[in-house]
Design a protein around this ligand. Structure first.
Ligand code: NAP
Length: 348
């Protein structure tokens, strides 16, 4: 098939390009600069230089494609996510960009539209398993995801199909994981929410094979991820991965001040990906979270690289702390509210 990918240079996109090319598909992708186009070309992708918000340009770019996979996103990592305006670009990409891309795909005669989404949309489910029928909780933070899903659904008619993939949180060789590893290295909290709450996680490598499976999946919305993990276990894994003992959680009062952007990250999501596995035969290569996800190979060279990255991110964390964010233990109950107030940035 001829497949178009937006966001091909990203963490998800790179994984998708590898999986699609590996399965013998022809891949065309949106590039935002000539330099990026060159890199895509080197990887065996046909680049089209253009913009996500240019309907006419997209119709031309999508012409002759069987499928469009919309993976463009802009998700700030770490405390950058709570800075004023941090989500303006990302919200526009998901909320408005998804509409422009889906409509251009229709106009270009594309038959299938695959839209990335996230299981963060679900309401807190406690210990209950969450399926695609479970209630979602839409607020200002999750609304752009819900809009992207709606735009994908509007693509479908008698002859065209959409597939929405509600991915778990990416854990692996990505900015957010590196930020958390750096915090763990410097003894700072690495997790939000109740330690016994659940997280739906996915290894970036499995994003690619899931999108590949979505090319032939029955139309619909699917959860996609590995086995959910307790937050405590993920926090411990990150902490142990960098050679430290005690994992720490951000405090509850501080989380409240982080507003809806942080609230969505604290929901308990014991999400089942069974429907997608059954419908497509897809199985994550990384079915259960392990240290290998964040320290693949565990080779000395890889560890040294991570340590170096950790240093770089640790200094970024220090910058964040300068803005007032700090931390304590969620479950220990030993935090002092006056300390927290002092540490909360003025814009919250
Ligand atoms: N389900 C999830 O957990 C989830 C979902 C999304 C993101 N994330 C987080 O985000 C990180 C990586 O995920 P990702 O692959 O989505 O993000 P990413 O690595 O930042 O890649 C984003 C992609 O979207 C493109 N893009 C950004 N702005 C664009 C615009 N205005 N027009 C067109 N394309 C644009 C980027 O292109 P350029 O290279 O030109 O910037 C890039 O290809 C991870 O740290 C992950 O934790 C998580």
């Amino acid at each position: 098939m001829q497949v178009f990918v937006t966001g091909a240079s990203g963490v998800m996109g790179r994984s998708v390009v590898v999986a699609l090319l590996g399965a013998g598909h022809d891949v065309r992708a949106l590039a935002r600069s000539g330099e990026q186009a060159g890199r895509l070309q080197d990887d065996g992708v046909e680049p089209v230089v253009g913009g996500l918000f240019d309907p006419d340009g997209l119709v031309v770019a999508f012409s002759g494609c069987d499928v469009v996979c919309n993976l463009a996103s802009h998700v700030p990592a770490g405390f950058a996510a709570v800075r004023p305006g941090a989500w303006r670009v990302g919200d526009r990409i998901r909320g408005e960009g998804s509409r422009v891309v889906a409509q251009a795909a229709r106009a270009a005669g594309v038959r299938r539209f695959v839209q990335e989404s996230a299981s963060l949309l679900y309401a807190d489910g406690g210990d209950q398993w969450l399926t695609e029928d479970s209630p979602i909780a839409v607020n200002r933070a999750t609304e752009p995801l819900a809009m992207a899903e709606t735009h994908a659904q509007e693509f479908t008619d008698g002859t065209r199909h959409h597939v929405v993939l509600r991915f778990g949180s990416i854990v692996g060789d990505d900015d957010y994981t590196r930020w958390r590893l750096a915090r763990a290295r410097s003894g700072q909290p690495v997790a939000y929410g109740a330690p016994d709450g659940w997280m739906h996680v996915i290894n970036a490598e499995d994003v690619g094979t899931a999108v590949l499976a979505a090319l032939t999946a029955p139309a619909g919305t699917y959860n996609v991820g590995a086995e959910p993990v307790r937050r405590r276990d993920l926090a411990q894994l990150l902490t142990h991965a960098v050679g430290r003992d005690r994992s720490r959680f951000l405090t509850r009062p501080l989380l409240r001040l982080g507003g809806e952007r942080v609230e969505m990250l604290t929901r308990s999501h014991r999400v089942s990906s069974r429907a997608f596995c059954r419908a497509t035969g897809w199985k994550p290569r990384h079915g259960e979270l392990s240290t290998e996800w964040v320290l693949p190979g565990r080779s000395g060279q890889r560890r040294r690289r991570l340590a170096a990255l950790g240093d770089a991110y640790a200094s970024r964390s220090a910058d964040d702390s300068d803005e007032g964010w700090s931390e304590g233990g969620w479950s220990d109950g030993n935090d002092r509210d006056d300390d927290l107030r002092r540490e909360v940035p003025p814009h919250h």
